[in-house]
Design a protein around this ligand. Structure first.
Ligand SMILES: Nc1ncnc2c1ncn2[C@@H]1O[C@H](COP(=O)(O)OP(=O)(O)OP(=O)(O)O)[C@@H](O)[C@H]1O
Length: 377
């Protein structure tokens, strides 16, 4: 994962276009992400004119550019274009953050965006350029962590996730979870920090122990033969948007999407109930999980889901939630070294790894007794 250079977006666009037969405008322009907005604005306008030829003669004053979010990973801008016929177009321009190619496979992302947007998910892709992409602006509010547990919203997220998991993305259907975790582990275990304090904290980590944890969990979860689906893999509140008037829920941000285990996507989502403070006591209880599973497994007739199917998905989700802790813990270590963002990524590693250790015994014994009981399978 992430082996390609982000600057090969043109090749990526070409490949996506060829394989999907979609016509995505592309531009070779790259935009320096660290520029202040007033200096960046003329370059963004130039980019829009280069991508969308119908605007090439439109006056610059008809474009306005504002910041939507500095995100943890990217810079997102809102572009408003007032066309001469009175029509107004709203778009977003996303600039990839520096070094994000170490944890994000842009080729995989771009291909999936195309197919997911055709299936009705996320923003529409309008164009790609050297270090980013242009998409439709979604008129909706971003959810808060506490929204996700509201029964109506949880049911809607489950229904949408069920549909999302049915989308077929061309290419290999091999689950990527463990490949990604092993790649992260390899990278994360060979880091060196310039700052003494960071290096000291990093050296307290036993990678032998982490490797053992990964192998043990892989071995056990493999025995579950969990269904493999196209997974979002980062379904946190910030990636869920809701238009309250239309009661329409949007999944956004497919940067981490890949074929993976359905229980992983759900367990990862449940871990996000912990919110920005990482309060894992907010992980949904069994009743709340069953509510979600019913709407996920049988969106039209949730009450008809069998106890056996509920229990199986409960065990699957509960074991893969551990994999989500390991994944994001290792991701954080790489970010601690690579990301220019001032965030305590090392601290985040310990938060996720410690939570894995806290949950491990209970979750592993649950899956072991499930596997040992032929009636549950
Ligand atoms: N197409 C869109 N239309 C309107 N708002 C959007 C759109 N895409 C993203 N946003 C808003 O910008 C925020 C950040 O977007 P996104 O999660 O894609 O960026 P990111 O840089 O990957 O952030 P992070 O790394 O924190 O997840 C979202 O939470 C949402 O509020």
């Amino acid at each position: 994962m992430g082996a390609q250079n982000i600057w090969n977006a043109m090749e990526v666009a070409e490949e996506a276009r060829e394989s999907c037969n979609f016509n995505i405008p592309s531009s070779s322009i790259t935009i320096e992400i660290s520029l202040p907005l007033p200096e960046m604005t003329p370059q963004i306008i130039k980019l829009c004119k280069d991508l969308f030829k119908k605007w090439s003669n439109l006056e610059d004053s008809r474009f306005s550019v504002e910041t939507v979010s500095g995100g943890i990973t990217n810079l997102l801008l809102k572009i408003t274009v007032r066309e001469e016929d009175g029509n107004t177009v709203f778009m977003t321009v996303r600039l990839y953050g520096p070094n994000t190619e170490y944890v994000i496979d842009r080729q995989r992302e771009l291909l999936s965006i195309r197919y997911l947007s055709v299936a009705g998910f996320g923003a529409e892709l309008f164009g790609v350029f050297g270090n980013g992409m242009v998409q439709s602006f979604i008129n909706a509010r971003t959810l808060e962590p506490s929204d996700m547990k509201k029964p109506n919203l949880a049911a809607e997220i489950a229904r949408q996730l069920s549909r999302f998991h049915q989308v077929e993305i061309p290419g290999s259907k091999e689950p990527q979870l463990w490949n990604d975790i092993f790649k992260f582990l390899e990278r994360a275990s060979g880091l060196k920090f310039d700052e003494h304090e960071k290096q000291r904290r990093y050296e307290t980590i036993s990678f032998e122990e982490v490797r053992h944890a990964v192998n043990e969990l892989k071995h056990l979860t493999d025995l579950l033969n969990a269904p493999v689906v196209y997974s979002h893999n980062d379904l946190l509140s910030g990636n869920l948007m809701l238009n309250d008037d239309e009661e329409k829920l949007y999944f956004i941000d497919f940067e981490y999407g890949s074929y993976s285990y359905r229980g992983y996507d759900i367990g990862n989502h449940f871990n996000e109930y912990a919110g920005f403070d990482c309060d894992y006591s907010l992980y949904p209880n069994k009743d709340a999980q069953y509510h979600f599973f019913r709407h996920y497994l049988k969106p039209d007739v949730p009450q008809e889901v069998s106890d056996k199917d509920l229990e199986a998905l409960y065990v699957e989700t509960d074991s893969y939630k551990l994999a989500s802790h390991l994944y994001w813990a290792l991701w954080a270590l790489i970010q601690a070294k690579m990301s220019p963002i001032d965030f305590d990524y090392l601290g985040y590693f310990f938060l996720r790894y410690d939570e894995y250790k806290r949950q491990k015994a209970k979750s592993l014994s649950l899956v072991q007794s499930f596997l040992a009981n032929p009636h549950t399978r």
